[in-house]
Design a protein around this ligand. Sequence first.
Ligand code: PMV
Length: 324
Amino acid sequence: MVTATAPGKAILFGEHAVVYGEPAVAVAINARVSVTLEQCDGDWQIDGYPLDSGRHPHLISLKNALLGGNSQSYSVFVESELFPAAGLGSSAALSSAGCAAMLSLSGMPIDSEQIATLSHLAEADAQSGRASPIDTSTSTLGGCVLVSNKKEELAEWRYTRNLKTPEGERTWEVHSVSLPKSASEVWLVVGNTGIHAPTSEMVAGVAELLASNPSKKEDIARMGEVARLGVDALSKGNYPQVGALMNEAHRLLSSVGVSCSELDDMVEVARRTSFGAKLTGAGGGGCMLALTQNPAETAAALEMRGCRVLVTPLGASGVAIENQ
Ligand code: PMV
């Protein structure tokens, strides 16, 4: 039997802009997905049910890549501390933890670049061939991760990820951002609107807007600049500046149509007790986040609005084998 866990993620800067080659920055959060594999007789199972490709495409893809020739079957048990389908990377964390558990069973080294690669390919398989590596890389590496279409000087380059998508070959450079010691004195408060808005629809909406109103491309370019400025401010521990840039990022995301009144309201409330706040991920619903030194106050203000809240330090540890 083996158990592996991996963290979810929250995007600090660059969502949507990353689709157009701009940099995006995410941090691993203190809410994890745990995957346990235990030998069983008969066919593979998940939480007592048969593993099927329609419902568990990530695990099927990883199983085929890593244990395809293995006649032994396993029961998979999954536990998650993440809000599901809310833009916190639960499927990436499942893939990353599942991959680590399968590598461990095969007696292969727990190599983070290999886990990031295989879990990215599993995400892409499950999403019609389209997935940026930000979720799977953040879940695997932990800490703070910067993804860009070129090598960035602001962060430590880790590896290149290539993917054949329906639109052609795409390449991303994946970096780790070192957080200063003072990062342990600030928290992210993540608030969930409870509204489900599929990422693919939000991405398609931005594409339509840019086609009909090309001046909005300036907003996308500025999101990229804000992401680079954000990494610089974060590395220096300049949290008021990070917060101000988060506020600007929210304004830019609203300008390309991916906010909603619930997100705007929660961001406004959270700003009263934080350095700054913005929506995180695809938008249209899902989650917002605030950077704060007063996590209890910020969380209470959001809970008063009736939303579910998660408080996390910045940059949880990456994928790990918990027991064997
Ligand atoms: O839904 P999330 O949190 O995984 O965010 C998606 C981020 C986007 O930039 C909107 C899409 C993408 O593929 O990067």
